[in-house]
Design a protein around this ligand. Sequence first.
Ligand SMILES: [Zn+2]
Length: 300
Amino acid sequence: MRWGIDWGGTKIELAGIDDTGAVVYRKRMPTPRNDYPGCVTLVADLVREAETLTGEAGTVGLGIPGTVSPYTGLTKNSNSVWMNGMPLKDDLELALSRPVRIANDANCFAVSEAHDGAGAGANVVVGLIIGTGCGAGVVINGRPLTGANGIGGEFGHLPLAPMNRDEYPGPKCWCGRFGCHEVFVSGTGFALDYQRRSGEKAFLDVQTLLKRNDAVARETMDVYCDRLARAIATIVNTVDPDVIVLGGGMSNIDALYERLPDLVVRYAFGGEFHTPIVRNVHGDSSGVRGAAWLWPLGDG
Ligand SMILES: [Zn+2]
């Protein structure tokens, strides 16, 4: 059995995945916010309870909204700020008496889609989550590219390039810099851009804006597609993956899959772009699925 855990800002979910990839057990609990020891205890209890109820022991993989520094072993870059600076891997391994693999949640998304999702069969898969924020992960032959600093594939916090004069320097990102992909291509970025163009005071979600289909919504969408194409061209120029899988709320917009290929080719080096851009298969389940597949078949 593979236990996969997705530590999110509002819920912590555990799933048990068998060798065929079927989810045979699932439980979710509210995240004990601002309570690091409470979170560690909850994760360990979820695993122990699942093993008691199913009678099956297993490997443990965990996806977090952050990463573990390869140098300090401490968690960093998480918007669940109470886990930052903590020895999460050590604490969980102590609590569960076994090795625990931890990866960024966007890496888990990419692992899941590479294993038996929209990127199955491809050697190099990029998973790009465009939701509330923008996260990404690179998977090579089934394994996430963690990187020497634990930030492999953090395309969300590269600046949009090339940036137009009227875009420079871009809105401020939570990471402290200006003009990150995240502030332009996340769903939040789309809604804020609509607000700026329309003068609308209320913050409306993307689906509401697209249903309106007014001139400003269409203009916002045109600009959004062009920006996302530039972001994808940057990914292609650095990694040149075999497939790009989109996740998050914005990935449900059908028009993206029709419009992006013709736009990316304008920005990709050499003017050639044949890479499939596809919608994810596993949706929200990719968090737990990818965490479980941090232990691939034949591993552990
Ligand atoms: Zn940023």
